[in-house]
Design a protein around this ligand. Structure first.
Ligand SMILES: [Zn+2]
Length: 157
């Protein structure tokens, strides 16, 4: 990514450090949080993270993909206490703090997306089948930036 591209990806929050996605081009925060995936033009399969070269569907030879904003809500499919260090792009806090990891199925895309649960909600706040909404929260901070990532927030009421 060029220096210019990097700058344009940074949004400044009043009174805080500039926010910057922990992973580039996997999601956007404005005007609404959305994961950025892709869809094969040939077989219509959705991919996240984005596929841009070859379709992973073994029955498809597609090489053209459209960028897609994925659905903002899905159904909680599974969840777990994250008592181990999270896989990339999630960054473990130091010292390590346990977190909750949710697997949320997007109905339209037929894809399950992993993410940390937002706002400190724990396994007691979750139930398989409940609706989860995508939000963008700070993953970690350094001297310069708040690095952001998508999380899943339980929709209550
Ligand atoms: Zn395909």
């Amino acid at each position: 990514m060029t220096q210019q591209g990097l700058k344009s990806a940074i949004a400044t929050k009043p009174g805080g450090k500039p926010q910057k996605p922990a992973v580039e081009n996997w999601f956007r925060a404005d005007p609404e949080p959305h994961l950025l995936g892709s869809q094969c033009s040939a077989c219509k399969t959705y991919f996240f993270p984005r596929e841009t070269f070859y379709c992973k569907n073994p029955d498809c030879t597609g090489t053209e993909f459209q960028e897609i904003e994925f659905s903002r809500t899905g159904t909680l499919w599974s969840y777990t206490n994250g008592c181990y260090k999270p896989p990339p792009p999630f960054v473990a806090t130091d010292p390590f703090e346990p977190y909750t990891l949710a697997a949320v199925e997007l109905a339209k895309e037929q894809i399950v997306i992993l993410g940390q649960v937002a706002g400190g909600a724990g396994v007691d706040d979750l139930k398989v089948g409940m609706t989860m909404e995508l939000v963008i929260e700070t993953l970690f901070e350094d001297d310069e930036f708040e690095h952001t990532v998508w999380k899943w927030k339980p929709v209550t009421g």
